[in-house]
Design a protein around this ligand. Sequence first.
Ligand SMILES: *Cc1c(COP(=O)(O)O)cnc(C)c1O
Length: 381
Amino acid sequence: MKKTYLFTPGPTMVPPEVSLSEAQPMIHHRTPQFSQIFYELSEDLKYLFQTKTGEVYTLMSSGTGAMEACVANVLSKGDKALVIATGKFGERWAELCKCFGIEAVVVSVEYGKAAEPSKVEEALKKNSGIKVVFATQSETSTGAVHDIKAISAVVKKYGALLVVDAITGIGVHQFLMDEWNIDVAITGSQKGCMLPPGLAFVCVNSGAWGAIEKGDLPRYYWDFRKMRKNLKNKTTPFTPAVSLIMAMKTAIDMIKKEGIEKVWARHARLAHATREGVKAIGLELFAGADSSNVLTAIKAPEGVDVDKIIKKLRDETGITFTGGQDSLKGKMIRIGHMGYVNDFDIILAISALEKGLYEAGYPVQPGKGLSRVQSLLVAGK
Ligand SMILES: *Cc1c(COP(=O)(O)O)cnc(C)c1O
């Protein structure tokens, strides 16, 4: 019998209570009933981003829709942007800028590493007149995490706006919108939020409004001005994904109940145990010292067809890991551990990894990684 476990870096596993909320009878969106839920959710989302001065808009799209919305709203014709691209998702910011005719300077580093704030500063010094810097907190394609606090300090020194893709950062890593002086940040529903795909959230802080008001790039569905105006009336400009919004209210209630600091700490603990388990098996981490708590990216061992291992495990057991994307295909196994994941899920994941490797003929003694993970999670050492 197969049983599905999504150890994937999005979509992630959905708690049953969230699924049940999504299945509630439909309500009309222009009603006090919907407005109340939407208003409460929008307030709760501020907690998720840790903002008091910002506002959070709910977009009916996957994360990329929110990325496009940021570019369309914050920039104007002739503006110059700087993109920190350390993987596929960072590169997406550059593609979006190009799509809107915006010139973008790209700071890139070797895949698997995070960009140093000093490298960002160098680029800002060399290229004057940068209006917006686009960053990625957790680069899901390589498993590396960025020091957004330090990057923000550099960006502010040069008077630019900072837009952060925190799609897999929010709800996993510490993220402090106001304290770190971030102008715009985004997340998506199918990552740390424990929801099915379909919603994205944009947090706009007070400092970004000047640019948004003056913006002259084409925007209609994604116009933040319309979203702000409608949120004042506790609603959305167009028909919202009512069911997903009801489900998100339940998910955020769960996060509030656990406490955001505890949520971050849980991810740190699970990620640490996973990394240690992987090392005990004798494997190497792709992102080394820059590894995020979102997922564990493992370097494919020489001569091992990791995609075949992943496919076999998924088809035979239902336990799902992912491989590398695009140029990283065949080069890694990624074990996602964000959202609805606890100690025993990690024990299961490592044991499945051992099974996959063992059956592929890799010299691993089943139990080696597992015993390391267990000693960390059960005995705390
Ligand atoms: C998942 C993800 C996205 C958005 O991808 P969608 O498929 O559009 O949801 C963007 N950035 C990062 C870092 C991600 O992990």
